[in-house]
Ligand binder design. Structure first.
Ligand code: PGA
Length: 253
């Protein structure tokens, strides 16, 4: 049976009251695969979303975290803070954080380690820019990210990380990677993980595709062998669209 994760990355969208209304709409969809659906929301929405989701089976999480447990880091949020809320997931290393907020493979690596220790599942984002792809260097680039991001992480802990392949040129652009391009890179990522660890680790990993996924292209992406779900931005903000993608995954069971 295929295992999926359909995760909605809200980015900097929805106030707490908007979040509550949205979750009510989402719950009304009565997903058959609710436990494979997650919403990744702004910090200010976490408690509201947790309460609104209670009993639905739908999972939730944050979009970033600091690697220190506490201290003089104005404006940051720590793993113990997320743990107390009870989040299931936390996105790490999204290309927007790497590009606009100085996130590096070094900080990504630290964040992965503290999240795993706390039992929160990281969703690690990797992916190349258009410039890198045009030079035909996407595998070298993403392979390099993986080696740096997983440094010092044991095989047992590696299996606790979800990887999202998000080509930067496909994020929010309406330009989706073709199912073949997405599959090629997700299979490549699985191969890198087999090389760094072993086949058991590689096979157990959930590898998601992200970048303009929507109901109309979800099936052809999700039916690919090495694509185990989606990290969805724009289309996760509308309940109908997000549900359409979750339903496409449910139909592939
Ligand atoms: P998009 O965003 O679906 O709007 O392209 C995906 C993401 O950035 O996670």
């Amino acid at each position: 049976m295929n295992k999926f994760l359909i995760a909605g990355n809200w980015k900097m969208n929805k106030t707490a009251s908007e979040a509550k209304a949205f979750i009510e709409e989402l719950k009304a969809k009565n997903f058959s695969n609710a436990e494979e659906v997650a919403v990744l929301v702004p910090f200010t929405d976490l408690y509201t979303v947790k309460d609104a989701l209670a009993g639905s089976g739908i999972k939730f999480g944050a979009q970033n975290v600091h690697f220190e447990a506490s201290g003089a880091f104005t404006g940051e949020v720590s793993v113990p803070m997320l743990s107390e809320i009870g989040v299931d997931y936390c996105v790490i290393g999204h290309s927007e954080r790497r590009e606009y907020f100085n996130e590096t493979d070094e900080t990504v690596n630290k964040k992965l380690k503290v999240l795993i220790e706390a039992g929160i599942t990281p969703i690690l984002c990797v992916g190349e820019s258009l410039e890198v792809r045009e030079k035909g260097e996407e595998q070298a680039f993403v392979g390099g990210q993986l080696v740096a991001d997983f440094e010092g992480i044991s095989a047992k802990d590696a299996t606790k990380i979800v990887i999202a392949y998000e080509p930067i040129w496909a994020i929010g652009t309406g330009k989706t990677a073709t199912p073949e391009q997405a599959e090629e890179m997700c299979a490549f990522i699985r191969g890198v993980m087999e090389g760094m660890y072993d086949a058991v680790v590689a096979e157990s990993l959930l590898i998601l595709y992200g970048g303009s996924m929507k109901p109309s292209n979800a099936k052809e992406l999700l039916e690919k062998e090495d694509i185990n779900g989606g990290l969805i931005g724009g289309a996760s903000l509308k309940a109908d669209d997000f549900a359409g993608i979750a339903d496409a995954a449910a139909a592939l069971k």
